[in-house]
Design a binder for this molecule. Structure first.
Ligand code: MN
Ligand code: MN
Length: 395
């Protein structure tokens, strides 16, 4: 779409109430919650849990991709996710995504990505555990396992209808275009393409890549202005409490990540990420370690709690109330992604603290004095037992 027709489309769609400006005010995106979602209109809230690591997905000699889309988890319309493991020497071949940007978190092992943008810039980055990447929608990329150990990472996409198995892969394209067309395209004899794969390879296997990235065919790298890599867990946590801590990275610190905010939440046993909601984003959760109870609230008295264990995925639609409590015996680690580059949340404690006592007393039919006992600010992460008060908040 040209810029003009794109604006025209957005203008008419916005007039129809289907699109909204994001927090930066410079980008438009579908504002799904303006249209009633039949799945969320029933008497009960639907399940928001899926056992991702228990699912089969697509495997090849130890490498795998397992996905959670609206197919596996119907509530997750705004965000899809994939657990991917690559054996040494294996790459997730050159591909792009027509309908989603890709955000990723490396759990274990090391990997390398090379991404090409529409300006012809190419960037190669190496990743360690705790690092994240972001590829804007449609940018061509590849992921290789580095070293002699497998690598495991979680991919998160800003579209729940996106399937990792419906990507635009280079072998699939070249395998289905006539050799004569390819010959003309590259100025090479048609025989050049003899023996090329005829179907999508998806996972390609080769030698373990060299330690230092080799320069691309076009010569020295034209490095893009905004890097695709951010070393999330190499930074200090965003906030630290007795009951847990949080790392959070959005477009403010990782400018290319315009449509996603990533969070790593650590909760001590009994620790609680308090009741809250996100005005502008859906939330996708993956349990890296431990066991948590996630609660969700919708209008009409609808309330649901589910237990999520290591390898499970949870999903909270935009605007729905929720909380996360560590119900296990050890530290729980939860990877969270929101489909906005500009994080917003309203926490229950802060909501209450932002109202006068006389009003709260009348609303709950209780004496004003009761509300003197409530927190005067945001709790965010509660310690294992009451009384709770945040000790530190390094925002
Ligand atoms: Mn991809
Ligand atoms: Mn949340």
């Amino acid at each position: 779409m040209s810029d003009v027709s794109r604006r025209g489309f957005i203008g008419s769609a916005a007039a129809a109430g289907l699109l909204a400006m994001n927090a930066a005010g410079d980008e438009c995106f579908p504002f799904k919650n303006n249209v009633p979602d039949p799945l969320l209109a029933g008497k009960e809230l639907p399940t928001f849990k899926f056992g991702l690591e228990k699912s089969t997905g697509r495997t090849m000699n130890g490498s795998f991709g397992k996905e959670a889309t609206v197919e596996q988890l119907p509530i997750s319309k705004g965000i899809a996710g994939v657990s991917m493991r690559l054996e040494p020497g294996v790459m997730r071949e050159l591909h792009w995504h027509a309908t989603a940007a890709e955000w990723a978190f490396v759990i274990e092992g090391r990997c390398r990505t090379t991404v090409v943008d529409p300006q012809g810039n190419s960037q190669t980055n190496d990743f360690d555990p705790g690092d994240i990447w972001y590829f804007p929608r449609g940018h061509g990329h590849v992921i290789q396992c580095l070293g002699k150990q497998p690598c495991h990472f979680i991919l998160i996409f800003d579209n729940g209808y996106f399937s990792e198995f419906g990507t635009f892969s280079i072998t699939d394209w070249l395998g289905h275009a006539p050799k004569e067309l390819l010959a003309k395209n590259f100025g090479l004899p048609a025989a050049t393409f003899d023996g090329f794969p005829q179907e999508e390879v998806y996972f390609a296997r080769g030698p373990v890549p060299p330690d230092m990235p080799a320069p691309p065919l076009q010569g020295a790298l034209k490095t893009p202005p905004e890097t695709h890599r951010f070393r999330m867990l190499a930074q200090e946590p965003h906030s630290v409490y007795k009951g847990g801590r949080e790392w959070r990275v959005g477009a403010d610190r990782f400018p290319i990540s315009q449509t996603m905010t990533g969070v790593l939440l650590e909760l001590e046993p009994g620790g609680l990420r308090e009741l809250h909601w996100h005005p502008t984003a859906d939330e996708w959760q993956y349990i890296l370690d431990g066991q948590v109870s996630v609660s969700m609230f919708g209008s009409h008295g609808r309330y649901r709690a589910e237990t999520l264990d290591k390898g499970d995925v949870g999903y909270i639609p935009q605007g729905y109330g929720h909380s996360i409590e560590n119900t296990g015996q050890k530290t729980a680690r939860i990877l969270i992604a929101l489909n906005t580059g500009h994080y917003q949340a309203i926490d229950l404690s802060q909501w209450i603290a932002g109202n006068p006592k006389y009003l709260l007393a009348a609303n709950f039919a209780k004496p004003e004095s009761l509300f003197d006992k409530f927190p005067k600010g945001r709790v965010f992460i509660g310690p294992p037992s009451a009384p709770q008060q945040s000790e530190r908040d390094i925002k």
